[in-house]
Write a protein that binds this ligand. Sequence first.
Ligand code: NAP
Length: 255
Amino acid sequence: MTSAFNAHSLQNCTVVVTGATGGIGLAIVAAAISDGAFVIACGRNKEKLEALSTKFEGDIHPLCYDVTDEAAIKNAFQCVQRGASANQWPALYGLVNAAGAMTESKLAMTSTKMLQQQMMINFYSPYYHTQIASRLMSRYKAGSIVNIVSQVSEQGCSGMSAYSASKAALTGATKSLAKELATTGIRVNAVAPGFIDTPLTAHYDESAKQSVYERTVLRRGGTTKEVANAVLYLLSPRASYTTGHVLPVDGQFCP
Ligand SMILES: NC(=O)c1ccc[n+]([C@@H]2O[C@H](COP(=O)([O-])OP(=O)(O)OC[C@H]3O[C@@H](n4cnc5c(N)ncnc54)[C@H](OP(=O)(O)O)[C@@H]3O)[C@@H](O)[C@H]2O)c1
């Protein structure tokens, strides 16, 4: 099967974005659409997804499901494929695994359930999405997958061992799958943000934020747009010779 993907932009590409209703996910949706993509926006909140559909009418198709539900993930990609076969949107080219959750808990207080939840949302879910997406992408011998990991997993952070372990697992999978999927024309990369002001970090008060900024060479937090710019680069064919890499977007954070 041949594809009509563009060599320089996301024009004529469908991109699936999980966590599309979140701070970073929303910025990625906007960036991908401005580069010409049609976006399948995945979230679990109907109202937020409806607002997104209204904002980007014509360039987006919302899918409401829990990203930790394996059966729902399969249904989601069946819908992506049905839409492409019916020429409702272009063939699948990109996947951005942006859905995630962060549990902060000291070792002594971390339960098995907490560990499992962190692994489920931050590792198993992107892994399953990648497994199914790559089957569709391999038909066209082209595709790009970007996982949102974290500088916390690169550097470590007290009280975040479960979160950082789940993101480190995804980093490991990113590097291995880049090697495994290369022959099918699929690139796999990751972006590792530092501190970004979003609902995920809304519990940080001003002094906690200042403490992070003081340990950041650029002396500030990052914006969702800065993360989206990095994702867009890796996602698009502009990064056609880049796979298996983790790009930090962290203002050079020194824990
Ligand atoms: N913000 C940071 O400083 C930072 C730093 C490093 C890495 N990251 C990573 O960046 C990614 C995006 O985070 P963010 O900062 O944009 O956080 P956010 O605003 O809280 O967004 C998280 C997104 O994930 C979705 N989500 C969570 N659990 C889900 C589930 N079970 N099913 C479906 N959707 C689910 C949320 O949906 P709802 O809208 O329904 O809650 C939301 O859309 C995450 O992977 C996070 O770990 C963030």
